[in-house]
Ligand binder design. Sequence first.
Ligand code: FES
Ligand code: FES
Length: 159
Amino acid sequence: MSNTILSFTLNGEFTEVQVSPSDMLVDVLRDKLHLTGTKKGCGKGECGACTVIMNGEAVNSCMVPAMKAEGSKVETIEGIGSPDKLHPLQVSFMDNGAIQCGFCTPGMIMSAKALIDKKAEPSKEEIQEALSGNICRCTGYVKIEKAVSDAAKQIRENL
Ligand code: FES
Ligand code: FES
């Protein structure tokens, strides 16, 4: 299969990268664009570690053929905050002790951001639903849900 150029907006920047028709988005992000914040766990749509936001929706990037991202807007964990200026979700996960090994955290945060971007004051049930595809083997979900709720509150108060 011949390679082709994928053109899309990645974390606000127009981006072009050579991909093959069999490449999945997670592999292009990690291996070709060196954005290794997006994790690859199961590789088959079951753990949520690879979650990114594509055109406003949280998606498992291991299940998205890279070429499907043509013309899209993709956000990864690298695009939402920096060490100097963390996103409120990132701060809240730390403040709530919602991170242990951290492997699930980028995916959790991207799922949470997709929710908060649409719903400024999500209910507990909506947070649980938004995170239902993200597996954490360390922390337990109570702290993670509180972290999302607190971040949403902080974002609302700073609007
Ligand atoms: Fe994509 Fe597990 S790595 S869902
Ligand atoms: Fe380790 Fe969630 S913090 S898997």
